[in-house]
Design a protein around this ligand. Structure first.
Ligand SMILES: [Zn+2]
Length: 378
């Protein structure tokens, strides 16, 4: 297992173009696996993934790269808006929800701090594009107010809004205590499942109920540090539930502005870090058995966030995994706390009736009647 992983890593380092191709091929294989009823030709991955990679020549993501601090390293990166629609989700048929929790063994959540869905369209993101082509995606998911990291992640991981989880601050201050409602992690752990978190901001400690996370790492303040640690966790044995927090896109937004060339360059680098995580899963054969959710905590505008502006509130939400229709556009509304409910259901556990979140209904064909509609006024 280790040997093949190392071999794969070496291959990956040879060139970014090749990396894209490797991922494209493996994702194409996944597409066939997860949606064998659909014609594989629909996916057409390698073409979309390789084309932008050739032009951009993504820098090999050396472990020492600190993209957020040096956003001008890619000054020539132009927002090639025309390149992004290369993978238009198939509009011809509305896919039926086909995923069953019974086919999912692990859940991996990647939160890209501060990623706006419209920034994702402008940046060069061959890895995320390839994942979108084999997954279900919404560019209209909403976070909760105030649109800041700790409050929003508390909702993402606890299944409830701020009025219930009461994590209403955004800095690390352990005298304020830790979250007091059950979390995705505490429920999974109580059910006997293994859990891990690798984060790029120390304030996540407020979200860790003692005993609920088997392996918790604050890995450092950059994506590359986080991903290096996350890959080690995956290679040591993927837990049932893994959460990965990537901080660089938010850092770049505060430094050079949301949607600025500097932030778009940071998104391109984050994309390659996501590729490393996916490759580690693929190398261990776990990509085909995992539900991968890639989303964000909030967006941003100018050099800040926190308001109720759509730019701050709207987040991307992508799910890839066994049975999830390739290229699906998710039509139902998604709120950030639905991530916890979706993950919990995928792990085969019952979503508490007290939760505001619900499993995203477009994906699963095995949802109980009670969890397919959103509860109001609770
Ligand atoms: Zn921020």
């Amino acid at each position: 297992m280790k040997g093949s992983s190392l071999y794969f890593e070496k291959l990956m380092l040879r060139s970014d173009l090749f990396r894209v191709k490797v991922l494209g091929i493996s994702l194409a294989a996944l597409a066939i696996f997860v949606n064998c009823s659909a014609p594989a030709a629909q996916v057409a991955l390698p073409a979309t993934a390789t084309a932008p990679a050739v032009e951009l020549a993504l820098p090999t993501p050396a472990p020492t790269a600190v993209p957020s601090a040096t956003p001008t390293r890619l000054p020539t990166l132009r927002p090639t808006a025309t390149a992004s629609p290369t993978f238009t989700p198939e509009p011809t048929a509305t896919p039926e929800p086909t995923a069953c929790a019974c086919d999912i063994e692990q859940v991996v959540i990647i939160s890209i701090d501060g990623l706006r869905p419209d920034a994702l369209e402008l940046a060069e993101t061959p890895f995320l594009d390839a994942l979108r082509a084999v997954g279900a995606y919404s560019d209209k998911a909403q976070t909760v107010l105030p649109s800041v990291t700790l409050v929003n992640h508390a909702s993402m991981l606890s299944g409830v809004g701020p009025e219930k989880h009461q994590i209403i601050w955004n800095e690390i201050n352990l005298s304020l205590g830790i979250i007091e409602v059950p979390t995705l992690f505490s429920l999974a752990h109580e059910a006997g499942l293994s859990t891990a978190m690798v984060v790029g901001k120390p304030k996540f400690e407020h979200l860790v109920i003692p005993g609920s996370v088997d392996d918790y790492y604050y890995a450092g303040f950059t994506d590359s540090q986080v991903v290096k640690q996350a890959v080690q966790v995956i290679e040591a044995g993927l837990p049932h539930l893994l959460f990965i927090h990537l901080p660089d896109v938010d850092s770049a937004g505060h430094l050079t502005g949301w949607m600025s060339p500097g932030q778009l360059a940071a998104i391109a680098l984050t994309d390659s870090q996501v590729g490393k995580v996916v490759s580690a899963l693929e190398a261990n054969g776990e990509l085909e058995t995992s539900l991968l959710i890639i989303t964000a905590d909030h967006g941003g505008h100018d050099r800040l966030h926190g308001s109720d502006l759509p730019e701050d509130m709207t987040i991307p939400w992508l799910a890839v995994g066994p049975g999830i229709p390739a290229g699906m556009t998710i039509e139902s509304d998604i709120v950030i706390y639905d991530t916890a409910a979706t993950a919990l259901h995928a792990l085969g556990l019952t979503v508490p009736s007290s939760w505001d979140g619900r499993p995203v209904p477009d994906i699963f064909n095995d949802l109980p009647e009670s969890s397919s509609s959103r509860k109001e006024g609770e």
